[in-house]
Design a protein around this ligand. Sequence first.
Ligand SMILES: [Zn+2]
Ligand SMILES: [Zn+2]
Length: 101
Amino acid sequence: MAEQGSVVSQQNLDRSCWVCFATDEDDRTAEWVRPCRCRGSTKWVHQACLQRWVDEKQRGNSTARVACPQCNAEYLIVFPKLGELCFLNYKTRPHQIRRRP
Ligand SMILES: [Zn+2]
Ligand SMILES: [Zn+2]
């Protein structure tokens, strides 16, 4: 008999960051976020990597639009407080992105 119960838990073990391609095996302390509609392992990205990626896309222009390269979901970025980034998406819960010095 197939072990159907193991499918769900394996999804989180297979995740890898689409920015730096590291997996849980490579960096067990990194924080993960799912800011968009991507499915499978490509939906995962490191919080720090996504923040850096968005910074590079915007190049200092905080009003520039940034979208996921895979699913084209637009990242809605707001600044609730100085020094704190928040990634929102219209279909998902907001992910707090904390800036580190
Ligand atoms: Zn990463
Ligand atoms: Zn996506």
